[in-house]
Design a binder for this molecule. Structure first.
Ligand code: ADP
Length: 376
Protein backbone atom coordinates (compact mmCIF):
# COMPACT_ATOMS: atom_id res chain seq x y z
CA UNK A 1 0.00 0.00 0.00
CA UNK A 2 1.34 3.44 -0.73
CA UNK A 3 -0.13 6.91 -0.40
CA UNK A 4 0.19 9.46 -3.17
CA UNK A 5 -0.21 13.21 -2.42
CA UNK A 6 0.46 15.26 -5.61
CA UNK A 7 4.15 14.77 -6.19
CA UNK A 8 5.12 13.02 -3.01
CA UNK A 9 4.76 9.33 -2.75
CA UNK A 10 4.93 7.51 0.53
CA UNK A 11 6.88 4.43 1.21
CA UNK A 12 5.31 1.20 0.25
CA UNK A 13 3.88 -0.80 3.08
CA UNK A 14 2.86 -4.38 2.80
CA UNK A 15 -0.35 -5.59 4.46
CA UNK A 16 -1.25 -9.22 4.39
CA UNK A 17 -5.04 -9.96 4.31
CA UNK A 18 -6.29 -13.48 4.85
CA UNK A 19 -9.73 -14.09 3.31
CA UNK A 20 -11.44 -17.00 5.07
CA UNK A 21 -13.43 -19.14 2.57
CA UNK A 22 -17.24 -19.14 2.98
CA UNK A 23 -18.77 -22.19 4.72
CA UNK A 24 -19.63 -23.87 1.43
CA UNK A 25 -16.07 -23.72 0.20
CA UNK A 26 -14.33 -25.05 3.29
CA UNK A 27 -12.37 -28.29 3.18
CA UNK A 28 -15.04 -29.93 5.37
CA UNK A 29 -17.73 -28.91 2.90
CA UNK A 30 -15.66 -30.28 0.05
CA UNK A 31 -15.30 -33.58 1.85
CA UNK A 32 -19.06 -33.65 2.36
CA UNK A 33 -19.53 -32.92 -1.38
CA UNK A 34 -17.30 -35.81 -2.27
CA UNK A 35 -19.15 -38.09 0.12
CA UNK A 36 -22.54 -37.00 -1.32
CA UNK A 37 -21.39 -37.50 -4.91
CA UNK A 38 -19.98 -40.93 -4.00
CA UNK A 39 -23.22 -41.82 -2.23
CA UNK A 40 -25.30 -40.68 -5.21
CA UNK A 41 -23.10 -42.66 -7.56
CA UNK A 42 -23.48 -45.67 -5.31
CA UNK A 43 -27.26 -45.29 -5.12
CA UNK A 44 -27.46 -44.84 -8.88
CA UNK A 45 -25.40 -47.97 -9.39
CA UNK A 46 -27.67 -49.83 -6.97
CA UNK A 47 -30.74 -48.55 -8.79
CA UNK A 48 -29.40 -49.65 -12.16
CA UNK A 49 -28.49 -53.06 -10.72
CA UNK A 50 -31.94 -53.42 -9.13
CA UNK A 51 -33.67 -52.50 -12.36
CA UNK A 52 -31.56 -54.92 -14.27
CA UNK A 53 -32.36 -57.66 -11.74
CA UNK A 54 -36.09 -57.01 -11.71
CA UNK A 55 -36.11 -56.94 -15.50
CA UNK A 56 -34.28 -60.22 -15.49
CA UNK A 57 -36.79 -61.59 -12.97
CA UNK A 58 -39.71 -60.33 -14.98
CA UNK A 59 -38.32 -61.96 -18.08
CA UNK A 60 -37.82 -65.23 -16.20
CA UNK A 61 -41.35 -64.95 -14.85
CA UNK A 62 -42.71 -64.22 -18.30
CA UNK A 63 -40.79 -67.14 -19.69
CA UNK A 64 -42.09 -69.45 -16.96
CA UNK A 65 -45.59 -68.18 -17.66
CA UNK A 66 -45.23 -68.86 -21.34
CA UNK A 67 -43.98 -72.39 -20.67
CA UNK A 68 -46.79 -72.93 -18.19
CA UNK A 69 -49.30 -71.58 -20.67
CA UNK A 70 -47.96 -73.87 -23.39
CA UNK A 71 -48.17 -76.85 -21.02
CA UNK A 72 -51.70 -75.94 -20.01
CA UNK A 73 -52.70 -75.48 -23.61
CA UNK A 74 -51.29 -78.89 -24.47
CA UNK A 75 -53.08 -80.39 -21.51
CA UNK A 76 -56.32 -78.72 -22.56
CA UNK A 77 -55.92 -79.92 -26.12
CA UNK A 78 -55.45 -83.46 -24.86
CA UNK A 79 -58.43 -83.08 -22.53
CA UNK A 80 -60.47 -81.85 -25.46
CA UNK A 81 -59.40 -84.83 -27.53
CA UNK A 82 -60.43 -87.18 -24.70
CA UNK A 83 -63.91 -85.68 -24.70
CA UNK A 84 -64.87 -87.10 -28.08
CA UNK A 85 -63.94 -90.74 -27.40
CA UNK A 86 -65.47 -90.44 -23.92
CA UNK A 87 -68.77 -89.37 -25.48
CA UNK A 88 -68.43 -92.29 -27.86
CA UNK A 89 -68.18 -94.63 -24.88
CA UNK A 90 -71.05 -93.09 -22.94
CA UNK A 91 -73.64 -92.85 -25.69
CA UNK A 92 -73.44 -96.49 -26.90
CA UNK A 93 -73.32 -97.61 -23.27
CA UNK A 94 -76.57 -95.76 -22.69
CA UNK A 95 -78.07 -97.80 -25.54
CA UNK A 96 -76.76 -101.04 -24.08
CA UNK A 97 -78.25 -100.15 -20.71
CA UNK A 98 -81.62 -99.65 -22.38
CA UNK A 99 -81.46 -102.73 -24.60
CA UNK A 100 -79.91 -105.42 -22.43
CA UNK A 101 -82.08 -106.69 -19.60
CA UNK A 102 -79.58 -109.03 -18.01
CA UNK A 103 -79.28 -107.78 -14.38
CA UNK A 104 -75.61 -108.79 -14.02
CA UNK A 105 -74.58 -106.96 -17.17
CA UNK A 106 -76.80 -104.02 -16.24
CA UNK A 107 -74.72 -103.55 -13.10
CA UNK A 108 -71.46 -103.60 -15.05
CA UNK A 109 -72.84 -101.19 -17.68
CA UNK A 110 -73.89 -98.89 -14.91
CA UNK A 111 -70.46 -98.88 -13.27
CA UNK A 112 -68.80 -98.27 -16.65
CA UNK A 113 -71.19 -95.49 -17.54
CA UNK A 114 -70.95 -93.76 -14.18
CA UNK A 115 -67.16 -93.74 -14.26
CA UNK A 116 -66.96 -92.63 -17.88
CA UNK A 117 -69.34 -89.79 -16.98
CA UNK A 118 -67.11 -88.85 -14.06
CA UNK A 119 -64.11 -88.50 -16.33
CA UNK A 120 -66.12 -86.52 -18.85
CA UNK A 121 -67.45 -84.29 -16.11
CA UNK A 122 -63.95 -83.66 -14.79
CA UNK A 123 -62.69 -82.72 -18.24
CA UNK A 124 -65.65 -80.41 -18.73
CA UNK A 125 -64.95 -78.74 -15.38
CA UNK A 126 -61.28 -78.23 -16.25
CA UNK A 127 -62.25 -76.69 -19.56
CA UNK A 128 -64.74 -74.38 -17.85
CA UNK A 129 -62.11 -73.21 -15.35
CA UNK A 130 -59.73 -72.54 -18.20
CA UNK A 131 -62.38 -70.57 -20.06
CA UNK A 132 -63.08 -68.45 -16.96
CA UNK A 133 -59.32 -67.87 -16.46
CA UNK A 134 -58.94 -66.60 -20.00
CA UNK A 135 -62.00 -64.40 -19.63
CA UNK A 136 -63.72 -66.32 -22.38
CA UNK A 137 -66.63 -67.61 -20.33
CA UNK A 138 -69.46 -65.40 -21.47
CA UNK A 139 -72.70 -66.05 -19.64
CA UNK A 140 -75.97 -65.70 -21.47
CA UNK A 141 -78.62 -64.70 -18.98
CA UNK A 142 -82.31 -65.38 -19.29
CA UNK A 143 -85.25 -65.19 -16.91
CA UNK A 144 -85.94 -68.63 -15.49
CA UNK A 145 -88.49 -69.92 -13.00
CA UNK A 146 -85.89 -70.98 -10.47
CA UNK A 147 -88.02 -73.12 -8.13
CA UNK A 148 -88.89 -75.65 -10.82
CA UNK A 149 -85.35 -75.39 -12.20
CA UNK A 150 -83.89 -76.51 -8.85
CA UNK A 151 -86.70 -79.03 -8.36
CA UNK A 152 -85.68 -80.65 -11.67
CA UNK A 153 -82.15 -81.03 -10.37
CA UNK A 154 -83.51 -82.41 -7.10
CA UNK A 155 -85.41 -85.08 -9.05
CA UNK A 156 -82.21 -85.93 -10.89
CA UNK A 157 -80.48 -86.75 -7.58
CA UNK A 158 -83.47 -88.59 -6.04
CA UNK A 159 -82.39 -91.88 -7.56
CA UNK A 160 -78.96 -91.61 -5.96
CA UNK A 161 -80.56 -90.71 -2.61
CA UNK A 162 -82.74 -93.83 -2.73
CA UNK A 163 -79.78 -96.02 -3.62
CA UNK A 164 -77.73 -94.62 -0.69
CA UNK A 165 -80.68 -94.56 1.68
CA UNK A 166 -80.42 -90.83 2.20
CA UNK A 167 -83.22 -88.68 3.49
CA UNK A 168 -83.25 -86.13 0.67
CA UNK A 169 -85.68 -83.19 1.01
CA UNK A 170 -86.75 -80.20 -1.00
CA UNK A 171 -88.22 -77.18 0.81
CA UNK A 172 -89.22 -73.88 -0.68
CA UNK A 173 -90.67 -70.72 0.87
CA UNK A 174 -92.04 -69.60 -2.46
CA UNK A 175 -93.90 -71.57 -5.12
CA UNK A 176 -92.46 -69.67 -8.06
CA UNK A 177 -89.77 -67.06 -8.49
CA UNK A 178 -88.20 -65.58 -11.59
CA UNK A 179 -84.44 -65.24 -11.57
CA UNK A 180 -81.94 -64.09 -14.19
CA UNK A 181 -79.37 -66.84 -14.68
CA UNK A 182 -77.48 -68.67 -17.39
CA UNK A 183 -79.25 -72.05 -17.12
CA UNK A 184 -76.48 -73.89 -18.98
CA UNK A 185 -73.97 -72.86 -16.34
CA UNK A 186 -76.03 -72.34 -13.22
CA UNK A 187 -77.01 -76.01 -12.97
CA UNK A 188 -73.30 -76.83 -12.55
CA UNK A 189 -73.35 -74.80 -9.33
CA UNK A 190 -76.19 -76.83 -7.83
CA UNK A 191 -74.92 -80.15 -9.21
CA UNK A 192 -71.45 -79.56 -7.73
CA UNK A 193 -72.73 -78.71 -4.27
CA UNK A 194 -75.20 -81.61 -4.30
CA UNK A 195 -72.56 -84.07 -5.58
CA UNK A 196 -70.29 -83.03 -2.70
CA UNK A 197 -73.13 -83.39 -0.20
CA UNK A 198 -73.73 -86.93 -1.48
CA UNK A 199 -70.01 -87.65 -1.35
CA UNK A 200 -69.51 -86.50 2.24
CA UNK A 201 -72.79 -87.56 3.85
CA UNK A 202 -72.91 -90.87 5.66
CA UNK A 203 -75.29 -93.73 4.84
CA UNK A 204 -78.83 -92.88 6.11
CA UNK A 205 -77.81 -89.20 6.34
CA UNK A 206 -79.92 -86.14 5.57
CA UNK A 207 -79.53 -83.69 2.67
CA UNK A 208 -81.87 -80.70 2.41
CA UNK A 209 -82.38 -78.11 -0.27
CA UNK A 210 -84.01 -74.93 0.96
CA UNK A 211 -85.10 -72.10 -1.34
CA UNK A 212 -86.07 -68.63 -0.16
CA UNK A 213 -86.28 -65.01 -1.23
CA UNK A 214 -84.13 -62.84 1.01
CA UNK A 215 -84.72 -59.09 1.15
CA UNK A 216 -82.18 -58.18 3.85
CA UNK A 217 -78.47 -58.17 3.17
CA UNK A 218 -75.92 -59.46 5.64
CA UNK A 219 -72.18 -58.85 6.00
CA UNK A 220 -71.41 -61.95 3.95
CA UNK A 221 -73.31 -61.16 0.79
CA UNK A 222 -73.88 -57.39 0.58
CA UNK A 223 -76.75 -58.15 -1.75
CA UNK A 224 -80.09 -56.53 -1.19
CA UNK A 225 -82.96 -58.48 -2.69
CA UNK A 226 -81.72 -61.92 -3.67
CA UNK A 227 -82.68 -65.53 -4.07
CA UNK A 228 -81.11 -68.01 -1.67
CA UNK A 229 -80.41 -71.66 -2.34
CA UNK A 230 -79.18 -73.41 0.80
CA UNK A 231 -77.96 -77.01 0.56
CA UNK A 232 -77.23 -78.69 3.86
CA UNK A 233 -75.98 -82.13 4.79
CA UNK A 234 -75.32 -83.76 8.14
CA UNK A 235 -72.10 -85.32 6.85
CA UNK A 236 -68.52 -84.96 8.02
CA UNK A 237 -68.60 -81.14 8.09
CA UNK A 238 -65.82 -78.65 7.35
CA UNK A 239 -63.58 -77.10 10.01
CA UNK A 240 -63.73 -73.33 10.51
CA UNK A 241 -60.13 -72.80 9.29
CA UNK A 242 -60.75 -74.78 6.09
CA UNK A 243 -63.93 -72.97 5.05
CA UNK A 244 -62.41 -70.24 2.93
CA UNK A 245 -59.78 -72.55 1.41
CA UNK A 246 -62.18 -75.14 0.00
CA UNK A 247 -63.10 -72.64 -2.73
CA UNK A 248 -59.48 -72.38 -3.85
CA UNK A 249 -58.33 -74.25 -6.91
CA UNK A 250 -57.06 -77.80 -6.28
CA UNK A 251 -57.60 -77.41 -2.53
CA UNK A 252 -58.67 -80.61 -0.86
CA UNK A 253 -59.15 -81.53 2.74
CA UNK A 254 -57.25 -84.74 3.24
CA UNK A 255 -59.56 -87.33 4.72
CA UNK A 256 -60.52 -90.92 4.17
CA UNK A 257 -63.58 -89.81 2.19
CA UNK A 258 -61.86 -88.20 -0.74
CA UNK A 259 -58.80 -90.41 -0.85
CA UNK A 260 -60.75 -93.23 -2.40
CA UNK A 261 -62.65 -91.05 -4.91
CA UNK A 262 -61.58 -89.30 -8.06
CA UNK A 263 -61.11 -86.04 -6.22
CA UNK A 264 -59.47 -82.96 -7.64
CA UNK A 265 -60.47 -79.96 -5.60
CA UNK A 266 -61.67 -78.17 -8.70
CA UNK A 267 -65.43 -78.45 -8.21
CA UNK A 268 -65.94 -75.75 -5.61
CA UNK A 269 -63.48 -73.43 -7.31
CA UNK A 270 -65.51 -73.62 -10.50
CA UNK A 271 -68.72 -73.28 -8.46
CA UNK A 272 -67.55 -70.04 -6.83
CA UNK A 273 -66.32 -68.61 -10.13
CA UNK A 274 -69.69 -69.34 -11.74
CA UNK A 275 -71.62 -67.82 -8.82
CA UNK A 276 -69.45 -64.70 -9.05
CA UNK A 277 -70.08 -64.47 -12.79
CA UNK A 278 -73.77 -64.49 -11.82
CA UNK A 279 -72.98 -61.51 -9.50
CA UNK A 280 -73.84 -63.71 -6.53
CA UNK A 281 -72.15 -64.93 -3.37
CA UNK A 282 -71.41 -68.39 -2.00
CA UNK A 283 -70.17 -69.42 1.41
CA UNK A 284 -70.30 -72.37 3.74
CA UNK A 285 -71.33 -72.50 7.37
CA UNK A 286 -72.04 -75.06 10.07
CA UNK A 287 -75.24 -76.98 9.64
CA UNK A 288 -77.34 -76.98 12.81
CA UNK A 289 -77.61 -80.75 12.91
CA UNK A 290 -73.87 -81.23 12.19
CA UNK A 291 -72.26 -81.26 8.75
CA UNK A 292 -72.12 -78.29 6.42
CA UNK A 293 -74.50 -75.86 4.80
CA UNK A 294 -73.63 -74.21 1.48
CA UNK A 295 -75.42 -70.97 0.73
CA UNK A 296 -75.72 -69.46 -2.73
CA UNK A 297 -77.31 -66.05 -3.18
CA UNK A 298 -78.11 -64.57 -6.57
CA UNK A 299 -79.45 -61.01 -6.93
CA UNK A 300 -83.04 -60.61 -8.08
CA UNK A 301 -83.92 -58.55 -11.14
CA UNK A 302 -81.75 -57.80 -14.14
CA UNK A 303 -80.28 -54.39 -13.32
CA UNK A 304 -76.82 -55.93 -12.78
CA UNK A 305 -76.76 -57.70 -16.17
CA UNK A 306 -75.19 -56.06 -19.20
CA UNK A 307 -77.28 -55.81 -22.36
CA UNK A 308 -74.94 -58.05 -24.37
CA UNK A 309 -75.17 -60.76 -21.72
CA UNK A 310 -78.88 -61.28 -22.27
CA UNK A 311 -79.75 -64.39 -24.29
CA UNK A 312 -81.33 -63.29 -27.56
CA UNK A 313 -82.96 -66.62 -28.29
CA UNK A 314 -84.14 -68.03 -24.98
CA UNK A 315 -86.43 -70.56 -26.66
CA UNK A 316 -83.56 -72.26 -28.43
CA UNK A 317 -81.79 -73.09 -25.20
CA UNK A 318 -81.94 -76.65 -24.14
CA UNK A 319 -80.85 -77.98 -20.79
CA UNK A 320 -77.51 -79.75 -20.96
CA UNK A 321 -77.91 -83.46 -21.25
CA UNK A 322 -77.38 -85.21 -17.96
CA UNK A 323 -76.66 -88.87 -17.42
CA UNK A 324 -79.91 -90.77 -17.40
CA UNK A 325 -80.88 -93.02 -14.56
CA UNK A 326 -81.53 -96.71 -15.19
CA UNK A 327 -85.20 -96.41 -14.36
CA UNK A 328 -85.77 -93.85 -17.12
CA UNK A 329 -84.13 -95.93 -19.80
CA UNK A 330 -86.82 -98.60 -19.74
CA UNK A 331 -89.36 -96.07 -21.04
CA UNK A 332 -87.06 -94.91 -23.81
CA UNK A 333 -86.87 -98.45 -25.07
CA UNK A 334 -90.67 -98.69 -25.30
CA UNK A 335 -90.88 -95.38 -27.12
CA UNK A 336 -88.31 -96.48 -29.64
CA UNK A 337 -90.41 -99.41 -30.77
CA UNK A 338 -93.40 -97.19 -31.56
CA UNK A 339 -91.50 -94.71 -33.70
CA UNK A 340 -91.67 -94.60 -37.44
CA UNK A 341 -89.53 -92.61 -39.84
CA UNK A 342 -90.74 -89.02 -40.13
CA UNK A 343 -90.74 -87.07 -43.35
CA UNK A 344 -87.90 -84.86 -42.13
CA UNK A 345 -84.43 -85.03 -43.56
CA UNK A 346 -81.57 -84.37 -41.16
CA UNK A 347 -78.19 -83.14 -42.31
CA UNK A 348 -75.44 -84.08 -39.89
CA UNK A 349 -72.31 -81.92 -40.14
CA UNK A 350 -69.42 -83.20 -38.05
CA UNK A 351 -65.74 -83.56 -38.88
CA UNK A 352 -65.12 -86.59 -36.68
CA UNK A 353 -65.97 -89.58 -38.86
CA UNK A 354 -66.95 -91.87 -36.02
CA UNK A 355 -69.19 -89.34 -34.30
CA UNK A 356 -70.81 -88.41 -37.60
CA UNK A 357 -71.64 -92.02 -38.34
CA UNK A 358 -72.88 -92.55 -34.82
CA UNK A 359 -75.24 -89.57 -34.92
CA UNK A 360 -76.53 -90.63 -38.34
CA UNK A 361 -77.12 -94.15 -37.09
CA UNK A 362 -78.91 -92.91 -33.97
CA UNK A 363 -81.18 -90.62 -35.95
CA UNK A 364 -81.79 -93.01 -38.82
CA UNK A 365 -84.70 -94.76 -37.10
CA UNK A 366 -86.66 -91.48 -37.07
CA UNK A 367 -85.29 -89.45 -39.94
CA UNK A 368 -83.66 -89.66 -43.32
CA UNK A 369 -80.09 -88.67 -42.59
CA UNK A 370 -77.11 -87.47 -44.58
CA UNK A 371 -73.65 -86.84 -43.11
CA UNK A 372 -71.14 -84.20 -44.22
CA UNK A 373 -67.61 -83.37 -43.10
CA UNK A 374 -68.09 -79.60 -43.09
CA UNK A 375 -70.55 -76.80 -43.70
CA UNK A 376 -69.42 -76.29 -47.29
P1 ADP B 1 -63.24 -82.43 -4.51
O1 ADP B 1 -64.57 -82.83 -3.98
O2 ADP B 1 -62.99 -82.89 -5.90
O3 ADP B 1 -62.09 -82.73 -3.58
P2 ADP B 1 -64.23 -79.70 -4.27
O4 ADP B 1 -63.66 -78.42 -4.76
O5 ADP B 1 -65.60 -80.05 -4.71
O6 ADP B 1 -63.20 -80.84 -4.66
O7 ADP B 1 -64.20 -79.67 -2.70
C1 ADP B 1 -63.03 -79.25 -1.99
C2 ADP B 1 -62.98 -79.87 -0.63
O8 ADP B 1 -64.04 -79.39 0.19
C3 ADP B 1 -63.13 -81.39 -0.63
O9 ADP B 1 -61.90 -82.02 -0.70
C4 ADP B 1 -63.84 -81.70 0.67
O10 ADP B 1 -62.90 -82.07 1.65
C5 ADP B 1 -64.51 -80.41 1.09
N1 ADP B 1 -65.99 -80.48 0.96
C6 ADP B 1 -66.74 -80.06 -0.07
N2 ADP B 1 -68.06 -80.26 0.17
C7 ADP B 1 -68.15 -80.83 1.38
C8 ADP B 1 -69.25 -81.28 2.19
N3 ADP B 1 -70.53 -81.16 1.79
N4 ADP B 1 -68.95 -81.83 3.40
C9 ADP B 1 -67.67 -81.93 3.80
N5 ADP B 1 -66.59 -81.53 3.10
C10 ADP B 1 -66.82 -80.98 1.91
Amino acid sequence: VKAVDYNSVSEEKEIVIHIAPPWYATAGAQIIYIVIVALLAFLFAMYVRQRYRSRQKMMEHQHAREINEAKLQLFMNIAHEIRTPMSMIISPLGKLVAADEDPGRQKSYHVMKRNAERILNLINQLMDVRKIDKGMMVLKFQEIEIVSFVRDLYTYFEYQAKAKNINFNFYTDTEAQCLWIDPKNFDKVIINILSNAFKYVRENGIIDIHLAVVSKSNEKDNLHACFEIAISDNGIGIKEEEREHIFERFYQIRNSYNNSNISTGIGLHLTRSLVELHHGKIWVENNEGGGSRFIVRIPLGSAHIKKEQVEDNPDLIQRQERPVNLSINADTKLQEKNRSKSKYRVMVVEDDEEIRQYICRELSSDYHTAGYVNGK
